[in-house]
Design a protein around this ligand. Structure first.
Ligand code: ACO
Length: 325
């Protein structure tokens, strides 16, 4: 009998109180940066975001999301033999954030590693954990997307600092006789590395380069819609179903106009698209598991539903997973 991987539970965590566009605009105004709720909502669809406290660590957000996912799965931390964390904002250069989360959960002994694929990170991590479970290398996995993007934002750049938020989402995967993860497809094209990056590094005890996120917004927009359409179709076909059989589309929550254009191209009606962007903003690798958990907990996504998860981000990277819940 074939062995597959299935999502057993989901969880998420958002730090602190939401920060509205008006509140953010008045904070930025203190340093002479002009923006408005009207501009942010009309260009992006974002209404609020959460920010971690200064000094907070990505692993702390990830641990909270992981605990909630374990609880909903009815799995004890001690049963976890694989932790994969998607993040571009790790606590440290090393050890990995996955090792730090494994330590906090008191679940030693299994494998733990980080995946760095920026906003596609969760889909990359899910596909990696799925492969390891199917191969028999792991049995119960925690797959986490966790980010503190507020730490890499240039607060003097209004074209980027209004777009992002902090948070974490997680799923517990376990073995199954039937496909839970029905198919995944991953891609990258490093030739586009310059349109979205944080091109800083630590060397000789100093930060060199540019340690803040930079983005060519229109170039990202154009590429994102094309690749999300293509990889969505490719993944659904690989799963042996058709787009009209997809119950829910959960694209990376970057921008409402990207979400709408992607759904339109895929022919998936708006009421079958999960959108949390308005409440969470763009939380990079955390955005897809945060949205998945929100729709599971509010009862929209139920057992048996087929959900198309899609990521796209810096690298340039993109990918999708078709999941039967
Ligand atoms: N408040 C007020 N005005 C602003 C702000 C702001 N926060 N940011 C930019 N503007 C101004 C610009 O200065 C410009 O003014 P000008 O015409 O006087 O020069 C004007 O608004 C228009 O700027 P554009 O960059 O042309 O705005 P655009 O309509 O392209 O929207 C956006 C920008 C929202 C970033 C858009 O390009 C986009 O959606 N890109 C997709 C990228 C994205 O969402 N990235 C998220 C991260 S990437 C990822 O997760 C995959």
């Amino acid at each position: 009998m074939s062995r597959y991987a299935k999502i057993l539970g989901t969880g998420s965590y958002l730090p602190g109180d939401p920060v509205s566009n008006d509140e953010l605009a008045s904070r930025l105004a203190k340093s002479g940066i002009e923006t408005s709720d009207e501009w942010i909502v009309s260009r992006t669809g974002i209404r609020q975001r959460h920010f971690a406290e200064p000094g907070a660590k990505t692993s702390e957000l990830g641990v909270e999301a992981a605990r909630r996912a374990l609880e909903s799965a009815g799995v004890a931390a001690a049963e976890i033999d694989l932790v994969v964390v998607a993040t571009s904002t790790p606590d440290w250069i090393f050890p990995s954030t996955a090792c730090l989360i494994q330590k906090a959960l008191e679940a030693p002994g299994g494998a733990a590693f980080d995946v760095q694929a920026v906003c596609s990170g969760f889909v990359y991590a899910l596909a990696s954990a799925d492969a390891l479970i199917r191969a028999g290398t792991a049995t119960r996995a925690l797959v986490i997307g966790a980010e503190i993007f507020s730490g890499i934002l240039d607060w003097n750049d209004r074209t980027t600092c209004v777009l992002f938020g902090d948070g974490a989402g997680a799923v517990v995967l376990g073995p199954s006789d039937e496909p839970g993860i029905m198919a995944s497809r991953l891609h990258a094209d490093g030739r586009h590395e310059s349109i979205l990056r944080t091109a800083g590094r630590v060397a000789g005890g100093e930060v060199t380069g540019h340690p803040y996120l930079t983005m060519d917004g229109p170039a990202v927009f154009k590429l994102a819609v094309g690749v999300l359409d293509a990889v969505g179709r490719e993944t659904v076909e690989a799963a042996g179903i058709t787009l009209d059989q997809v119950d829910w589309l959960i694209p990376h929550q970057a921008n409402a106009r990207i979400l709408q254009a992607t759904a339109r191209k895929l022919g998936i009606p708006g009421e079958r698209v999960v959108t949390t962007l308005d409440r969470h903003a763009n939380t990079s690798a955390a955005s897809v598991p945060l949205a998945l958990d929100a729709a599971v907990r509010d009862g929209r996504i139920v057992s048996g539903h087929k959900v198309l998860l899609e990521g796209v981000g810096g690298g340039f990277t993109w990918g999708a997973s078709l999941v039967r819940m």
